[in-house]
Design a protein around this ligand. Structure first.
Ligand code: FES
Length: 508
């Protein structure tokens, strides 16, 4: 019997009725304009309206909660893979401790909002585990445990974990949490609305103008006049010469939601080695499903998407005796040069424009603490994490090495494809609906996609951001840019920035 095709929308967007909002059609005035309706933008808007009575306007180029936050795994934890030993080595004990404390504070903030607003969002307390089945990582886990001890993080080394996975060693961090991110944030959005905040969907911010007060300009030429701008659009839509494209790189990961043949023992799990595997449970339709996440790779540089899903299905089959996902989707995150998020003024010269990005897959806590830091910065209150996360920081080690490596990689992608092998017309004739290939039309590298009606769509594959060549993502049917993570539909429309303009369509 043929397998049923899984739903490709994230599980979080099922069985939930999210409010919808109109597009911004006329100039407006606000204290704070927030670009991006994900966990950072919404949490900041909530703090600013609820606690400080400020008037906020949130703009999103899509619908709310449909970017990284809508595609997350929603682990609410301070265990961010193997990180604390590395942070101690690169930043020192004090900064590593601050990073941990920032995550703990973020968890407390989330719990506090849930209690205060009485939000039913499937919050459960769970222990978090990093495990390895690779001898090379055993020593790394032991070092990470030493870092836990130094930082007073409660945790244990274990040779067995509750989940039936082959392991050599695991490191547990006690009393972390998981939840349903959209049930939680939907409630915050309702509060923001009740408190007079406004939200606009399908409203793309393209620039900021600086006169007496800043004004965010949309692609329709509409302005939001304000005192402060918060750029919470994952990849900053406005750079202000902060060189963000050169200071971060995007990674994709894949998620399956699958029925399990056994009763899940609780806990959130992630392995230390590659290929990455991460597991948690989730409630859906009165049933418990497993979320299995992994196969991370730099955007535009993986294998064909179906291989990544297949690898996760094989893993699921071994773990659960089931390999038929009900849902599957992919997600994208940004990592900074030194692995710490950039949170704070976007550049030293633009102190009224804030950015929060580069969460390295850990957006629930990093997005929440970003909201708190930026709120404090706007109201002029000292925040002890400001310095740690400031985008103006500059660390030679390991930043510079990574900077060079990333930019060599980016340069390679800019050149590649301009000289790529061509595929001839016969290949196009052999195409089937849903397939894409890259060829040359009039000497220009061209992406060809055949839709379900056998109509062929041609786009120039040069990314409209900084000129890298996009690659086909066969799972999501998108053109993805390996350099800074822009994604385009098969007709060339922008799905995810930093690109603002569509790929050029080729009509003949
Ligand atoms: Fe920067 Fe494509 S996203 S060049």
């Amino acid at each position: 019997m043929a397998k049923e095709k899984p739903n490709t929308e994230p599980i979080w967007r099922q069985e939930i009725h999210l409010p919808s909002f109109s597009t911004l059609k006329e100039n407006i005035d606000a204290d704070v304009a927030i670009i991006g309706a994900g966990i950072t933008g919404i949490t900041t808007a909530y703090l600013l309206t609820k606690h400080h009575g400020l008037k906020v306007a949130i703009l999103d180029s899509d619908v709310i909660l449909n970017g990284a936050t809508g595609h997350t795994t929603a682990k609410v934890t301070a265990q961010h893979g193997l990180i604390y030993d590395e942070l101690i080595n690169h930043f020192g004990e004090e900064h590593a401790r601050l990073y941990y404390e920032a995550q703990v504070e973020a968890i407390e903030i989330i719990k506090q909002f849930i209690n205060t607003l009485n939000i039913d969002c499937q919050l459960t307390e769970e222990d978090a585990y990093i495990y390895t089945n690779n001898e090379k990582y055993v020593e790394k886990l032991k070092k990470e445990k030493k870092a836990y001890d130094l930082l007073n993080i409660k945790g244990d080394l274990l040779d067995k974990i509750p989940l039936n996975l082959p392991i050599k060693l695991a490191l547990r961090m006690n009393n972390q949490a998981q939840f349903h991110p959209l049930l939680y944030l939907k409630r915050l959005v309702e509060e923001i609305q009740q408190l007079g905040g406004s939200v606009f969907e399908n409203t793309t911010a393209v620039d900021i103008e600086f006169n007496k007060r800043p004004a965010v300009i949309t692609d329709q030429g509409i302005r939001v006049f304000c005192n402060y701008v918060i750029v919470a659009s994952q990849f900053p839509f406005y750079d202000g010469e902060g060189f963000y494209p050169m200071r971060m790189y995007p990674e994709r990961a894949y998620v399956l939601a699958i029925k399990s043949s056994f009763k899940y023992p609780g806990g959130m799990y992630i392995n230390a080695e590659s290929p990455s595997r991460s597991i948690r449970s989730v409630q859906y339709n009165g049933e418990e499903l497993l979320l299995i996440i992994g196969e991370n790779h730099k955007t535009g540089q993986g294998k064909e998407t179906r291989y990544h899903y297949q690898a996760l299905e094989n893993f699921a089959q071994d773990l659960t005796q089931s390999s038929e996902p009900l849902f599957r989707w992919s997600t994208q995150d940004l990592t900074t040069l030194d692995k710490l998020p950039y949170i704070g003024p976007i550049t030293p010269t633009h102190q009224n424009v804030f950015v929060a990005t580069g969460y390295r897959k850990w957006g629930m806590t990093n997005g929440t603490i970003a909201a708190k830091i930026i709120t404090d910065q706007i109201i002029g209150k000292k925040n002890r994490y400001s310095k740690l996360f400031t985008p103006a920081r500059f660390k030679i080690d390991p930043g510079l090495k990574r900077f060079a490596a990333i930019n060599l990689d980016v340069a390679k992608h800019m050149l590649r494809g301009k000289f790529d092998h061509t595929k001839d017309i016969k290949a196009i004739e052999k195409m089937r609906p849903g397939e894409a290939l890259i060829t040359r039309v009039n000497g220009k590298r061209t992406g060809v996609y055949m839709d379900e009606h056998h109509k062929v769509h041609l786009v120039n594959t040069t990314c409209t951001h900084l000129g890298c060549e996009v690659e086909w993502n066969s799972g999501d049917h998108t053109w993805d840019c390996p350099c800074h993570g822009s994604r385009f539909s098969y007709t060339g429309e922008v799905i995810t920035g930093p690109a603002k303009k569509p790929l050029k369509r080729i009509t003949e």
